[in-house]
Design a protein around this ligand. Structure first.
Ligand code: NI
Length: 176
């Protein structure tokens, strides 16, 4: 396995629409997924999309730690998970603000409006279909990562830029 180099905002690979994965079980896809999981863990991230490691394909990895789960929501901790060729359906019209960071925008955080609940479908590396309805942080991370596959970074979803800043300053100000 290997730690991959992460593209930062400004790199054109982050702005392109990614191509579907033709063979989710191909050895090179399994290797990419394993390397992306290792890279996500190394960077202490909650999610990582293929274009962030310079591969413009429709897949991402993510995890939902126990500390992120809100008990009143249909949200359970998830270990490292891959979703290939995802389709994400936003459920309901309501949008909720929540803090997000991105490994391609290091050191910063913002409050971003997202659907509180989503249904997503896709496949894993065994081409096994995945379908889940989730809310809370799980719904947020899936929307964030899925956006990467369409060249959308979280600042492009923001409405209130007063809720955008460097982690250290936001912590100092007691904003997060
Ligand atoms: Ni991101």
């Amino acid at each position: 396995m290997a730690i991959l180099k992460i593209a930062r905002m400004g790199h054109p690979v982050l702005l392109q629409k990614c191509e579907p994965v033709v063979d989710p079980g191909a050895p090179e896809i399994r290797r990419l997924v394993a390397d992306m999981m290792e890279t996500m863990e190394d960077a202490a991230g909650a999610g990582l999309a293929a274009p962030q490691v310079h591969v413009p394909l429709r897949l991402f990895v993510f995890r939902v730690s126990a500390g992120r789960v809100q008990e009143d929501l249909e949200d359970v901790p998830m270990g490292n998970t891959v979703l290939i060729n995802p389709d994400v359906e936003l459920l309901g019209e309501e949008r909720v603000l929540g803090w997000e960071g991105c490994l391609s925008i290091p050191g910063m955080r913002a409050a971003v409006p997202r659907a509180g609940r989503v249904r997503y479908r896709g496949v894993d590396c065994d081409a096994t279909p995945v379908e889940r309805v989730v809310s809370g942080f799980h719904a947020r991370v899936v929307q964030h990562e899925n956006d990467h596959l369409d060249g959308i970074l979280y600042p492009m979803r923001m409405r209130d830029f007063s809720l955008f800043g460097f982690n250290e300053e936001l912590v100092r100000a007691g904003a997060v």
